[in-house]
Design a protein around this ligand. Structure first.
Ligand SMILES: *[C@@H]1O[C@H](CO)[C@@H](O)[C@H](O)[C@H]1NC(C)=O
Length: 770
């Protein structure tokens, strides 16, 4: 982990206020920089619970916790130190060196286009004091993976405007619908808005009538979500009502299994189809040779692929993304549940024309005999000779002029096939290639990761390949195994180099060293391992992982467990949660919780536990379901003290959120009915993201790395109502180290969205008022 410090170079701010300032910015850039930092720091640091409107009238700003205050002060001191701004075009020392990382930096910029923050730079200080300056944003650098929380937090995508009006839409309105749907009269909502809330809106809270918590008859339920939910054995379809004859103490469930397996028979089948209308779904057949149950519609056509039971669409095509708009990967589209399957390796389900069985570099032919073969190159291209890209034929022609290139294929044809020669098969082509010192593997497209059999066959041939194509070609081929046209900035320089290699046997031989280099061969095999599974099979696996919030190995394209476990394990001595986080309750200076290293016991649930000490007591229970953990507080008795009661979730060493950075109220990005009644915070590092939600207005923050704290009950005015249950939900999930999933770093994943929605807009319950 690396510390992140932010330096602002006149970027555009997020709020209107900052924007106005920017118009007058001219000479006051430094001042603006400071101002912006304050502005973007403020909401999380103050962990305000309500931000009701842009006028700020109802904003509640609480005292920032000490760590945030300290951090702000430190930043200000640093900014002062940096009073002499660096020249605009100062070389970015040690800026990302690797191809892939450059790519990342570019993509960062793409993301920033949305936010208008293109010009901001951040400097990182690694633990050993190295400093790196790079564009704002999270991602890998030569100093390690850097989490730029300041940047992510400042993203306007976090500032969804929610209004308090929404709270009143539930209950009354839906009870009428439920009454009609179930032909009942006198249907009354179980939830009611606290009377106090009507006068002081800041304390708005929904309470639940006792007869619904401990029902002795049937309850009516309404599912306002877009996904089905199951309660006490009754499945309630989206936007519909049902009657539950025997209310139970079970949690409402969203998934078929609480902990979906990552392999084996217990996996819920995935259905893949190409019609957006599920009613038009044709016949489906199970896919053979797929590690997960995957059913595919027969004869799928077109670019779109759908997953039954979701709103997701995957744009899928083998065509060059430069030429086919539909598959130009736009990573931020995942927010609308649009995904990609293209030749771009960072698309969700990448495609490749390389077939590991046919093109494995491990089976490459040995080097040809330098002294015996033709002192010339060969170019074998049969398609798209000049149509979309005459660039490759220009590079070929110039080399032909200054060295010599035979072209037996249709493109630039200058040589007839000899008897017995064939261009139709891989063997045939290799037999021709083996007769030359050089083989030109020139691709039609420069799109990232566009590497086809044209380049790979050249590698396999035993001649020295000269390759042209994808901008990141070097990450696909052995680095010193080919002459990369992109290394030469003129036709003449390339031709001169080829002529030199053609005369120098030792130099020519140096291009073959990779053939015996196990690490190169293994890296290649790993990179293309995924091609062994069909794209349909990988789509199903990807969808399965995504639906269930499981981990996903993007490179190998397979489902895996999440980095940190999600199953409950309770401390054998104290019965508090020991894993995946350590549970600690505190009032003032006294606290009680799980030990740090004791043995723990796996359990499904933890029943009502009386947390009792020094005169205070809290009654809580814990339920795990749908891979999340819910903590329910039934009673709080503060025993006369005016201290705050807090709950600490300790993920020490499991989540290293740099400088204890967190996103406050991360749930507000979702369009929920009662968003502003809840509180939440998210912490994350490059592997894991943990979101803690509370169903009332309180404070959730991270006082130090790996720790989330929540005020269970504030001072005096915050007493729990007798009809209240304070609920806390803990959602943990992997976040992609790869850019393909980068956006989940500041926007919830599909799984997380569902679990948040379920928590904030739970299944609504109604009773019959007799
Ligand atoms: C977090 O940091 C600690 C201490 O530096 C280290 O031992 C641990 O492996 C890190 N955890 C993760 C998930 O990176």
């Amino acid at each position: 982990m690396v510390a992140v410090k932010k330096r602002k170079r006149g970027g555009k701010g997020n709020s209107k206020t900052v924007y106005c300032w920017y118009i007058f910015a001219g000479g006051i850039l430094i001042f603006l920089g400071n101002y912006f930092i304050w502005e973007s720091e403020q909401p999380p640091a103050g962990h305000a619970i309500l931000k009701l409107d842009e006028s700020g009238a109802l904003q509640e700003r609480k005292r920032p916790p000490d760590f945030a205050q300290e951090r702000m002060e430190r930043r200000q001191r640093e900014d002062k130190k940096r009073k002499n701004p660096q020249p605009e075009d100062a070389p970015e020392d040690g800026r990302i060196s690797d191809d892939e990382d450059k790519e990342h930096a570019n993509d960062n910029n793409n993301d920033n286009t949305d936010t208008g923050e293109q010009q901001s730079k951040i400097s990182y200080v690694s633990p050993n004091g190295d400093v790196l300056v790079k564009p704002a944003g999270t991602g890998p650098t030569k100093l390690g993976y850097v989490m730029d929380f300041v940047h992510e937090r400042g993203n306007p995508k976090f500032r969804t405007a929610s209004t308090l009006n929404k709270i009143e839409t539930s209950g009354e309105k839906h009870s009428q619908m439920v009454a009609t749907a179930l032909s009942e009269t006198n249907v009354q909502p179980c939830e009611y808005l606290d009377e106090d809330a009507k006068t002081t809106m800041l304390k708005a809270r929904l309470l639940q009538r006792k007869q619904c918590r401990e029902p002795n008859g049937a309850l009516m339920v309404y599912n306002s979500a877009s996904f089905p939910r199951t309660w006490c054995g009754v499945t309630i379809a989206p936007k519909s009502a049902a009657r539950v004859e025997k209310p139970c103490t079970e949690p409402v469930r969203l998934l078929e299994k609480d902990f979906p397996p990552v392999n084996g028979d217990g996996m819920t089948p995935i259905v893949l189809h190409s019609q957006s209308d599920i009613n038009a779904l044709g016949q489906v057949s199970p896919l053979k040779d797929c590690s997960i149950p995957c059913h595919v519609e027969n004869g799928m056509t077109g670019v779109a692929r759908y997953i039954k039971g979701t709103d997701w669409v995957i744009y899928h095509s083998y065509d060059d993304p430069n030429a086919k708009r539909e598959v130009q990967t736009e990573l931020s589209k995942f927010k609308n549940d649009e995904y990609f399957s293209s030749a771009y390796f960072k698309s969700d389900i990448p495609l490749s024309r390389i077939d590991l069985d046919k093109h494995n570099l491990r089976n490459a032919l040995p080097p040809v005999d330098f002294d015996a073969v033709k002192d010339s190159g060969v170019y074998i291209v049969n398609e798209q000779c000049g149509a979309t890209n005459s660039r490759r034929s220009r590079w070929k022609d110039v080399l032909d002029n200054q060295y010599h290139v035979d072209s037996p294929g249709k493109c630039g044809h200058n040589k007839e096939l000899e008897p017995g020669e064939s261009l139709e098969t891989l063997e045939g082509r290799l037999t021709i290639m083996k007769k030359y010192k050089f083989v030109l593997g020139y691709e039609i497209s420069t799109h990232k990761d566009w590497v086809t059999e044209l380049a790979y066959e050249a590698m396999l041939s035993g001649a020295v390949p000269i390759v042209l194509g994808a901008t990141n070609m070097k990450s696909h081929l052995p680095r010193y195994g080919a002459i990369f046209v992109s290394d030469f900035n003129s036709f003449d320089k390339l031709a001169a180099h080829v002529n030199m290699v053609a005369k120098d046997k030792a130099l020519w031989n140096s291009y073959h060293a990779w053939r015996k280099d196990e690490s190169v061969l293994a890296a290649f095999e790993r990179k293309y391992q995924f091609t062994k599974k069909s794209p349909e099979c990988r789509m199903c696996s990807w969808a399965y992982a995504k639906m269930n919030g499981l981990g996903w190995d993007h490179q190998l394209q397979q489902v895996q467990e999440t980095h940190i476990g999600r199953k409950l394990c309770v401390d054998s001595d104290s019965d508090f949660i020991a894993k995946p986080f350590r549970e600690v309750w505190s009032v003032g200076k006294s606290s009680l919780g799980a030990g740090t290293n004791g043995p723990c016991q796996s359990v499904a649930n933890s029943d009502n536990e009386h947390v009792k000490q020094d005169g205070w007591s809290i009654v809580r229970s814990v339920i795990q379901h749908d891979s999340v953990i819910d903590i329910i507080i039934h009673e709080i008795d503060m025993g006369g003290t005016s201290d705050e009661a807090t709950l600490t979730l300790d993920y020490k060493n499991l989540v290293n959120n740099t400088e204890a950075a967190f996103f406050a109220n991360s749930h507000t990005v979702l369009d929920t009915e009662r968003g502003m009644l809840a509180s939440s915070a998210t912490i994350q590092d490059h592997k894991t993201k943990v979101t803690v939600l509370a169903n009332w207005q309180t404070t959730v923050w991270s006082p130090k790395q790996g720790v989330i704290k929540l005020i269970v009950q504030g001072k005096t005015s915050d007493r729990m109502h007798e009809d209240e249950q304070r609920r806390i939900r803990v959602i943990s999930e992997d976040i992609g180290e790869q850019l393909h999933d980068k956006m989940t770093e500041y926007f919830p994943s599909s799984f997380s969205k569902k679990m948040i929605q379920d928590f904030i807009d739970p299944l609504e319950m109604f009773y019959l008022d007799s």
